[in-house]
Design a protein around this ligand. Structure first.
Ligand code: MEV
Length: 440
């Protein structure tokens, strides 16, 4: 059977599955059953999911969990998280509880500007181009009125368009660098539509501009696209408490804990190998909420990591200090999120997640997501600088190992009890299962 096919997207769902199974799973009698067992019996709901993308053959489940007890700016939140990593929700919940008794999280949106660019080539005199740009700029804005009308009614829209000369890097390369306020929408479609209209008007008007020589009239548009780098769409979240209140464990001295914790943050600030893992832990929290609320985690990831390298070296997204015997720990990150449009009004679980968060504005969601990142990093650093990460991690991972061995409910109960007082490693869990089964 040939492994290539044309017109795959036009086949019915069951014909697609038949082709996949016949072509790639000739030795797996279970394949069709595995694919189909994830179908939803609610036909309308299944169709909704089928139509999110092309060539859907089944659904891919991720656990949807909740981390309660987050006090944010004086209000209580239970944060929805969609994630497969076993310890993430537990760690978030633990950090939430810890800071609940110490004043909770304080957050602030610092800016909300988004960016898009028209990249083009122009081979001619810069001053002439600049004069043309100044003349055409109001026309660019006017030409997008059919796109911006509603956004403007709500208080958003195009903030500015600049001409940027990039010829030092690439001969003839310029940009229309535009800034936008998209309010509660993530704004990707809005921005891209505006940019494509800018490009069209910019190129067409140039053909009739008398100030250009014949050669200069041809502006070569390369592409028009939003940027996922949003260093001016920033949110800050912070926790703080007197150093003496910093631990709940009498065996850990609070001053020692604060010192080590701050050392761990400093290391992530100056050492990229550590910073990447440190920030990965932060993204455990951030991505989980971004995904649960129907936002684009790839866009967030790309923008956040670019921001982490903005000073020329990849660095920590969080910072910590002691001032006047008070411990401060904070994060500042760019987050372009939406609470309207996209999946937010389509996916029933996304709608539920947003409802759980009191139907937030995009600004409120930015604050909740930043808190999830900060909480996750606090939990990770607290474990790393005290007990080590494996103790808590393996406790949570224990269930995965038990499931790999098809443990019965009774076996699970016995072994979970056992590992409350014994160190769980992969091999110690495997040994314990085998022993339990031999002794039966
Ligand atoms: C694991 O998913 C995340 C951590 O490695 C983060 C960190 O090291 O800070 C625990």
């Amino acid at each position: 059977m040939s492994k290539t096919i044309s017109g795959f997207s036009k086949l019915s769902k069951s014909s697609k599955i038949d082709w996949i199974v016949e072509t790639y799973f000739s030795k797996n009698a279970e394949a069709k059953h595995i694919i189909k067992q994830y179908w939803n019996t609610n036909i309308k709901l299944q169709q909704l999911h089928d139509e999110f993308i092309e060539n859907t053959i089944t659904n891919y489940y991720l656990p949807f969990g909740v981390a309660p007890n987050f006090l944010i700016n004086g209000e209580m939140y239970a944060i929805p998280m969609a994630i497969e990593e076993s310890s993430v929700v537990a760690a978030a919940s633990k950090a939430a509880k810890f800071w609940l008794d110490r004043g909770g999280f304080k957050t602030e949106v610092l800016s909300t500007t988004k960016i898009g660019q028209v990249h083009f080539m122009f081979h001619g005199n810069y001053n002439t181009l600049n004069t043309y740009f100044k003349i055409v700029k109001p026309k660019l804005i006017q030409a997008t009125k059919h796109i911006t009308k509603n956004m403007e009614k709500r208080g958003g829209g195009i903030l500015d368009i600049e001409l940027r000369d990039k010829t030092e890097s690439i001969e003839g390369y310029f940009q229309l660098h535009a800034t936008f306020e998209t309010l509660d929408a993530m704004g990707a479609n809005f921005i891209n539509s505006c940019l494509e209209q800018f490009a069209k008007t910019f190129r067409e008007e140039a053909l009739n501009y008398d100030g250009f020589s014949e050669n200069e009239k041809t502006i070569d548009i390369v592409m028009s696209i939003l940027s996922n780098y949003v260093p001016d769409c920033l949110v800050r979240a912070e926790v703080s408490c007197p150093v003496k209140d910093l631990t709940e464990n009498p065996s850990i001295n609070p001053e020692e804990f604060a010192k080590k914790f701050i050392q761990a943050v400093r290391i992530a600030e100056i050492e990229p190998y550590r910073a990447v893992t440190h920030n990965k832990g932060i993204m455990n929290g951030i991505d989980a909420v971004v995904l649960a609320t129907g936002n684009d985690f790839r866009a967030v990831e790309a923008g956040v990591h670019a921001y982490a390298s903005r000073n020329g070296s990849y660095s920590s997204l969080t910072h910590a200090k002691i001032e006047n015997d008070r411990f401060y720990f904070w994060i500042e990150i760019p987050l372009a999120l939406g609470t309207v449009g996209g999946l937010t009004s389509l996916h029933p679980l996304v709608k539920l997640a947003l409802e759980l968060l009191h139907n937030p504005t995009a600004k409120e969601l930015m604050q909740v997501v930043a808190v999830a990142g900060l909480a996750q990093n606090f939990a990770a650093l607290r474990s790393l600088t005290t007990t080590g990460i494996q103790e808590g991690h393996m406790k949570m991972h224990l269930m995965n190992i038990l499931n790999q061995f098809d443990a019965t409910d009774d076996e699970k109960k016995t072994l979970i009890d056992y590992f409350k007082t014994h160190t769980a490693t992969h091999s110690s869990v495997v040994d314990a299962i085998k022993k339990l089964r031999v002794n039966k």
